[in-house]
Design a protein. Structure first.
Length: 230
């Protein structure tokens, strides 16, 4: 009985030490992964990484992590010559393969959301316009134009936001003041309608859905073989 008791105590101690070592290793790996993602994506903001599953060390030995959750903030993404600042992106990556002597990490699949503020969406437009939430899932776009006889006027329109391909957001006015008047609708739409490509996100992620919310434009992203680092 005494020998069994010693064996059990030893097992508990060793198990505790293994758990501590495992948690220290995962904390270190999360910090290193965050730094590499920032460098790989050229981020001006921050990256936060959370590696799921236990034990971590056995996952590393198998060169595949069950799940990695990533939060990116302040992503400066290329947008047709301009930059769209993605306020925040959260993604859950499944079955992350560790390749090239652990210098490259590729997720078999990923899903998440990215949020773009209205201020940043306005900055990405070609025209000097103000973009805000219009209610009921609509975007409100306000800009000034020159109209014959009336001169310079400011007009606001409610617009729908949609996807135009895997990487482009489209803002299109549902209706504009002066519809039917020669040249007026075209002039207004030149100011209020625009397509913007959103790049700079991890390779392999594609835009699947977009909607206007009070907090900004929220985009659902999914992908396969998503490259985190390397």
């Amino acid at each position: 009985m005494r020998a069994l008791r010693i064996l059990l105590i030893t097992a508990v101690i060793l198990g505790g030490l293994f758990t501590i070592a495992d948690r220290l290793a995962v904390n270190y790996a999360e910090g290193e992964a965050a730094d590499r993602i920032r460098a790989n994506q050229g981020l001006t903001g921050s990256a936060d990484v959370s590696i799921k599953g236990f034990p971590f060390l056995t996952q590393v030995m198998g060169k595949e992590l069950d799940q990695v959750d990533v939060t990116l903030t302040g992503v400066e993404a290329s947008a047709g010559g301009r930059k769209v600042r993605v306020t925040e992106m959260n993604a859950a990556l499944q079955r992350v393969r560790l390749e090239n002597n652990f210098s490259r990490a590729v997720a078999a699949s990923a899903s998440g959301t990215a949020r773009i503020s209205y201020a940043d969406l306005g900055k990405a437009s070609e025209e000097d316009v103000t973009v805000g939430y219009g209610g009921n899932g609509k975007v409100k776009v306000t800009g000034s134009i020159e109209i014959p006889v009336l001169g310079k006027v400011t007009r606001s329109v409610l617009s729908s936001v949609s996807l135009a391909g895997d990487d482009t957001i489209r803002v299109h006015a549902d209706k504009v003041p002066g519809e039917g008047l020669p040249g007026v609708e075209e002039r207004i739409r030149e100011r209020t309608d625009f397509d913007r490509q959103v790049g700079g996100l991890p390779t392999g992620l594609k835009l699947q859905k977009v909607e206007a919310t009070p907090e900004g434009v929220v985009v659902t992203v999914t992908g396969t073989n998503v490259v985190l680092t390397g």
